[in-house]
Design a protein around this ligand. Structure first.
Ligand SMILES: [Fe+2]
Length: 138
């Protein structure tokens, strides 16, 4: 098990928290496949499996931010773009050069660390904003 979602990463929004769990699950499958030295095709397949979910999740998170007129939306989107850029670079590397399993593992661990920090430091701010909004509405 590479890294599991835990309550300390909860932002307090059920849908987003559930999606973060799913992100971790997909990361875990990918990193485990790398550890077991799966072939390039399998790793590529799992990387796309992760990537498609990242895209969906970011889109939903950003849609929620826009829907609530969240003031930090632009900065947050820029962070998401950075991450998808890294994933795109990894996909391109894998396709072009068939990068070593070791490189894929280490890159994924860097990306996984990024996601953890992003959730704990950035997504939680949005969660706090949503809570304030909900309290104001009462
Ligand atoms: Fe985010």
């Amino acid at each position: 098990m590479a890294m599991e979602w835990n309550e300390r990463m909860a932002i307090g929004h059920d849908v987003i928290d559930q999606q973060h769990r799913e992100l971790f699950r997909r990361f875990d499958i990918l990193i485990e496949a790398c550890r077991q030295a799966c072939g390039k095709e399998r790793i590529e397949e799992l990387l796309y499996f992760l990537d498609s979910y990242v895209v969906t999740h970011f889109r939903e998170e950003e849609g929620l931010m826009e829907g609530h007129a969240y003031p930090g939306v632009d900065e947050h989107k820029a962070q998401h773009r950075y991450f998808t850029g890294r994933l795109d670079a990894l996909k391109a590397d894998l396709k072009a050069k068939g990068v070593s399993t070791h490189l894929v593992i280490s890159t994924n661990q860097i990306l996984l660390k990024w996601i953890i920090q992003h959730i704990k430091n950035i997504d939680v701010q949005f969660g706090a904003f949503l809570k304030t909004r909900a309290q104001e509405a009462v």
